[in-house]
Design a protein. Structure first.
Length: 89
């Protein structure tokens, strides 16, 4: 997820039962160049399995995340939250 009052660089928060991590998406020349992960100050860390899942999701969907970020923050378009109900492969 990302918050409506976010700031650059493009990033999303992975959350689970009050624990959290951040995935920062590096964009160069309009393309995803990489994804880095970090703790969120003041929040408990995700458990290792939760963090792996959050990292996999951010990596797999990085281009989609960047597009939604642009839609929301740059083009001021509404976006529809998406819930994932099945396991990642």
């Amino acid at each position: 997820m990302f918050h409506a009052n976010e700031h650059e660089p493009v990033h999303v928060h992975g959350k689970c039962q009050g624990r959290e991590c951040r995935a920062r998406i590096e964009v160069q020349d309009g393309k995803v160049a990489g994804v880095s992960y970090s703790r969120v100050r003041g929040r408990a860390e995700l458990a290792p399995a939760e963090r792996r899942l959050s990292e996999a999701l951010a990596s797999i969907r990085a281009e989609e995340i960047v597009q939604r970020w642009i839609d929301f923050f740059v083009l001021n378009r509404p976006i529809v939250p998406q819930r994932i109900h099945r396991r990642l492969r």
